[in-house]
Design a protein. Sequence first.
Length: 745
Amino acid sequence: MKIKTALPLLTFPKVPLNHFSLPDVSNTTTLLLSNDASTLYVGARNAILSLDVSQSDVIQLNKQVTWSPSEAEMESCAGKGKNRQVTMDPSTPFTTRILLQNFTLFETLRGFFLFFKNSAPSVGFSLSADEELFTASTTDFKGRTPQISRFLSKDGRPDVNLDSSVSRLEEPTFVSSSLDPAEKKLHIFFNEVGKEFNFVRQLQIPRVAQVCKDDVGGQRTLQKKWTSFAKSSLLCQLPKQLPFNILEDIFTLQPPEGADTSETLFYGVFSSQWSIRPESAVCIFKLTDIRKAFSGSFKTLEKETYQLKLSQRRDYLGKCGLSNASDAELSEVKKSFLTNEDVHPAEKVLVFPEQKYSRMVVMTTQAANGKQFNILFLLTESGFLHKVVSLDQGPRVIEEIQVFKEPQQVKSMIISSSKRVLYVGTSEGVTAVPVARCSVYRSCSQCLLARDPLCGWSQTRRTCTALDGRQISQPNLDRFPAPWFPPAEVVVRLNELVKLDCPKPSNLATLSWSFSGTRALPSEFPQMRADGSLMFFASPMRFGGYRCQAKEDGLRELVVIYTVREAYSPRHLPKPVTETLASQSPGDENIGTEEPTVSDGHNNETTTKDGEVSEPKNILEADIEERVTVAKGETFSRKTHSTHDGSGSEEPAPTSRTDSRSMLNPSQSTPNQRSYYSELVAVTFLLVVCLLVLALGFLWIWKQKKAVSRGNGMFSPEDKGRTNMCMQVSELTTLEGGPDQTFTQ
């Protein structure tokens, strides 16, 4: 099954995580969790750490053991052309026991866990079973000869390794190993060059090999060599497409307690050497199918042509207990070690385009509805952790958490199902990541639409919480309680720029806006921006109520409500509260995101499958109470979302939810505001009196000027209407002739 998009439901790029590191310790890439999940053992460069992880949110150092090579050993490596940082000659691997009681090096007692050290830990592994050490690595100084060995053998058995007379491994890269206790076999997962194919380029083939845990070798042939070694190919491929032929990581998921071990599952992360763009696939293999492949027919290596051809079926090939087999049978074992049948996936192949995963762990959980789910945690090379759940509709990426920003070497991930914590070992330290962040879902609809098997809606606490035995409900998605909240008021002046934000509940939701009860914005309105917000200039036709809804999986949820109104001028009276409420249309009811402390009085409002929102009871009274509260002088502001879990810790909001930057009114006018009517009348009266006085004054001056003009005529018949020159001169302020100069007619 190919996923069209690996877009996560929620993204946390800056989520605070618990990180542990020491300034003098690096390459903390090997992790081992104790049986009680309270101690985490970390293998680092020249050191082994014991970390206290009994508390899921705290990592503390218990003890540290320094385990470094001597100066003579480093000089020996440097003299052979190796870097001084290479600590040991791989041709002489060694083991050291560590006493768990006081975490000190110990070399003679048994009952401790073991560490195997070689020059190339990135291409090898070690596994301890019944105090015997099984390793897969290279044995020559240059690191070119691969070897699978058993050390510290018990009951007088000799140490055994792989026969080197025939090339059974071709440039392998070891990935992981798993023990099959029922059949007493060890399975090794690795990549190697496929010599059975004639390609121009070297073709990488993912393999699984087996050896019997109690193998002691043959009498004369294959003395102290594995007689049970066999290998088979892992096929991870979509129909009619090239296979994903590079195994990046594999995780062994043990069956439930009491179930048959044959139900063990192996989750493998694969990539392709032909891919142009990043692409990964997850294939699931069953232990039953691996056993079936090793019990079938084998291919025989012909020495003349060095080709593998199908041979006759021989029942002893791939079996344990061949210590007393004849030389002829063991000779056939030496050249017949590749199975004819490949191991095919037990379920559909999950393909993730545009993603390159390097590590994976899996956990099993039971959801609130009683159904079992397997949750995949996939780590990308860029440092993002994806949480994936396989649903009936297909796989779903629920969360994306950024574990580290800079590229780091990640070699180990381990999960504690009891503490719900995932530990990531990198080159710089150990990071603890919680497997569930249920409190980020603010409403019942968001909690259920996330389809996270680790989360459920608590009816008593009215929050989305982790499943831990409390009474958690799984309501029908077709009908669930809708949240309620008052609208946010935006008070602006005419022609002022307005921006109304609408945060997405999830990355998979689609947003839509409505205005004053309409199903959609009018055509003359600005349309929604790419980030889901609305931006426009305030005008009388754009004052009113705005609603933003999110639609996901056919269900609609009200995200935010805005009321945009004009700012009151000092000369205008505020609109009475009762008139505002009476003029509000039925489509403008106040509905909003539910807070955990909302009383049960608003639970009657429901959201249905068709997306219609029904009327809540007593909403008019609730709205009046809200407005009257604001009118008493309290500052009104939208509540910044802060989610809390049971401990009261604050959760950061995901990137799909942005803070509103709308221009919210810090305060409202009260309905009991003082009237300025009497003052306005007094001012108007004084203004009229002043105007009358001015008019009478101008009239008196005009009459005086008219009387003077009749007594001293300024005009004569001879002038024929021309102004007297003396009158003109008397009005001049500057004359060229000076003050004594006279003018005559």
